[in-house]
Design a protein around this ligand. Sequence first.
Ligand code: ATP
Ligand code: MG
Length: 211
Amino acid sequence: MSSIRKKRIGIMGGTFDPVHTGHLILGEAAREQFSLDEVWFVPAGNPPHKREREGRATDEQRIDMLRLAISSNPHFSMSLIDMTADGYSYTYRMLEYLNKTYPDTDWYFIMGADSLRDFDTWCQPERIVKACHVVVAVRDNMNNEDFDKLLDDRRLQYRHNFLKLNTPNLDISSHQLREKIRAGESIRYYLPDNVLYYIRKEGLYLIPEKT
Ligand code: ATP
Ligand code: MG
């Protein structure tokens, strides 16, 4: 009798302010490399004091941009599961909830190496690793040796197999795009055209950011 394969779903969490090609390539690469059935893009909420920040998009605008960005990929969808009423996001809570709600699914949480570097500062990281496979992509031009060492360090530390995503270094960040827009530089091809038109239409990221 053949055993039934569990469903595999990737979770691409982030602020997506704005979503860019780096996020999309990570989702697609993870889908291919780990034979994922679906990839869910999960925008994090903003706590009340960060909701209407100058120079940043609102929650609604971040959601709109994400919806546009993923619209052409049938394997991609968006979940607002991490947009909690109080705006505070806890990855471990989300993953534990997903495991409870969908017991026939294996979860693959996708992140960049910068997030893995900061992983100790996340809330309850040992509960995160119990609840999913963590998939990590290179970032910030980290060389291969340093990236492998970081993965090995975290494997030892958490006794969990962090999976390496095979992507080239994608030198692109939301912060860099916000700066480019403010400087009047082109961001074409750094994100999908429909997101670019939306940013223009809404006049996003033109005024200086207040942190
Ligand atoms: P910001 O510059 O505002 O921090 P960002 O580009 O890092 O934005 P986030 O929404 O913070 O985007 O990222 C969500 C996740 O995607 C994080 O785990 C981050 O490490 C990863 N990520 C984003 N861009 C890349 C990239 N170019 N290469 C690899 N990982 C990335
Ligand atoms: Mg970031």
